[in-house]
Structure formats: C-alpha cells, structure tokens
Design a protein around this ligand. Structure first.
Ligand code: IPE
Ligand code: IPE
Ligand code: MG
Length: 250
C-alpha cells in the first residue's frame, strides 16, 4: 500500500523513531553468526534514510545500540563497534548526496575511539544537510538521558540567584532543554521490528505521545513497503493527546 491510498493523509510524521530489533534472531534463522545479522541490519540504515527522505520525514532516529547492550558478550560488542565505524565511513558520500545530516544521541564518550571518531566525523561532514536529520542512537538509554537532564537542571538551578524559585519554575518545556538533544522533535511514530512489544529504554521522554507500530519481521527483513505501510497506518490514527474527538475536529 502506498501513502496515496489514504486520502486524509494530512500527517506525515515529523519524527520517526525505529527500534531496529531482530538481527540476532534473523541470523539464527539463517544459520549464520549473530554478527552477520548485524551486518545485514547495518546495510539497511542507508535505505531507510532514503525512504524517510522520499516520504518527507524531518527526523529519523534509529536505535542502534542501547546502554544495556554494553553488557552483551564482549565479542558481539566489539563486532558491533567495528561495524559502526565501517558504516559511518561508507555511508558518508550517500548521506551528503541526499542532504542528510547525521547526528548522534547517547553517551558517545563510551564508544571506542575508532567508532567515535568515525561517527563524529560523519556528523561534522554532513552538518549542512537540510533534508533529513538522521539521528543514530548509540549507547543510548532513555532513563540515563533523563537522569543526566536532572543533574544538568539542578546544576543550572543552583547557579541562579534563587535556586528554589528556579526549580519551582521548571516545567516540561523548560526541563526538555536539559536533555541530550534539545533540538529533537517529539517522536510521532515509533516503529519496532522483531516482534517484541516493548520500548526497551528508547526515547522515554520524547515518545510520550508517539504512535506505536510493532512489526513481526526481523530488522534485516524490513522493507520500503513496510515503512510506507507504517506511515500510512499512522496517517489513519487519531492523535488525541488527552482530548476527546470533538475537540480535535473544531
Ligand atoms: C538489534 O538486534 C540490534 C542491537 C540490539 C544491537 P538484536 O541483536 O537485539 O537481535 P535479537 O533481538 O537478538 O534478534
Ligand atoms: C533494543 O533491542 C535496542 C536496540 C535495538 C538497539 P534489545 O534487543 O536490546 O532489547 P530487549 O533486550 O529485547 O528489550
Ligand atoms: Mg533484540
């Protein structure tokens, strides 16, 4: 199904988040080592960025490695980090051609130097891209992001003439400024492949009102058609943000 199938398609999500899950199980199903699943999965990243550009999505954030993933077997972590370095280098030309600006979200300081250098260089060299923000979530955890935000907010408040008043004035909008990427839009559509129905510490703050889409395919089997299906499904949802239908139509 294409987007055209939905006449009332007034909403292209501005920010799509994807939990790219199922690489390991894909590999197992194909009698391959887990890292081969990750390799296939990594190859898809540039494709999805292209589909998002075609669809007119502004921000695409891809959950590539969680804070908790550091506790996986060292060999797998090492393989993933090598893959990340290779991917950041090999994607560069295409990202630039497509006007994609690469950014990272997460505790990048934990990445091994080679991976960190490659990713940060790719971010720097694509900084003029104005078609799509491709946000790679690396060493990312939603809880960790919020705790870091609280620390920052408190430090800021302590430095104010009246710290108590500064803390009392913190509301959702102001607090949002203290999170890792102040310029991220709220997640409109959150897609998770791999069949699990959970958030796994992704975008806890920004996905407060995201529409959720859980797909029963492993990440390496994700396709353009599935991506556009998810957008089409999203376009048919009524986002009420706590209100009632009648309030929205007015
Ligand atoms: C997602 O695939 C990629 C990462 C978490 C790095 P998984 O590696 O979690 O694959 P499954 O869930 O074991 O199949
Ligand atoms: C979520 O997948 C993290 C990424 C896709 C990067 P996991 O495989 O780590 O999540 P759980 O352990 O199934 O919740
Ligand atoms: Mg998984």
């Amino acid at each position: 199904m294409s987007l055209d199938a939905h006449p009332e398609q007034r909403v292209i999500p501005r920010h799509v988040g994807i939990i790219m899950d199922g690489n390991g199980r894909w590999a197992k199903a194909h009698h391959l080592p887990r890292i081969e699943g990750h390799r296939r999965g990594a190859q898809l990243v540039r494709d999805v960025a292209g589909w998002a550009v075609d669809a007119g999505v502004r921000q695409l954030s891809l959950y590539a490695f969680s804070t908790e993933n550091w506790s996986r077997p060292q060999q797998e972590v090492r393989g993933l980090m090598q893959l990340l370095s290779m991917m950041a280098r090999s994607m560069l030309k295409e990202l630039r051609q497509n006007g994609v600006r690469l950014r990272v979200l997460g505790d990048v300081a934990r990445l091994p130097q080679d991976a960190r250098d490659a990713v940060l260089r790719a971010c720097e060299q694509t900084q003029d891209g104005d078609t799509l923000d491709l946000v790679l979530c690396l060493s990312y955890g939603g809880q960790q992001e919020i705790v870091a935000g609280v620390r920052k907010a408190l430090a800021w408040a302590m430095a104010q003439p009246d710290p108590q008043a500064a803390i009392a004035a913190l509301d959702e909008q102001r607090f949002r400024e203290f999170l890792w990427r102040a310029d991220l839009l709220p997640v409109d559509l959150l897609i998770r492949t791999g069949g699990e129905m959970r958030i796994s510490n992704f975008h806890l703050w920004d996905a407060a009102y995201a529409e959720l889409c859980f797909l029963d395919v492993y990440w390496p089997d994700f396709t353009r058609a599935l991506f556009f299906n998810a957008l089409s499904d999203y376009a048919g949802r009524e986002r009420r943000f706590g209100l009632i239908s009648e309030q929205l139509s007015g």
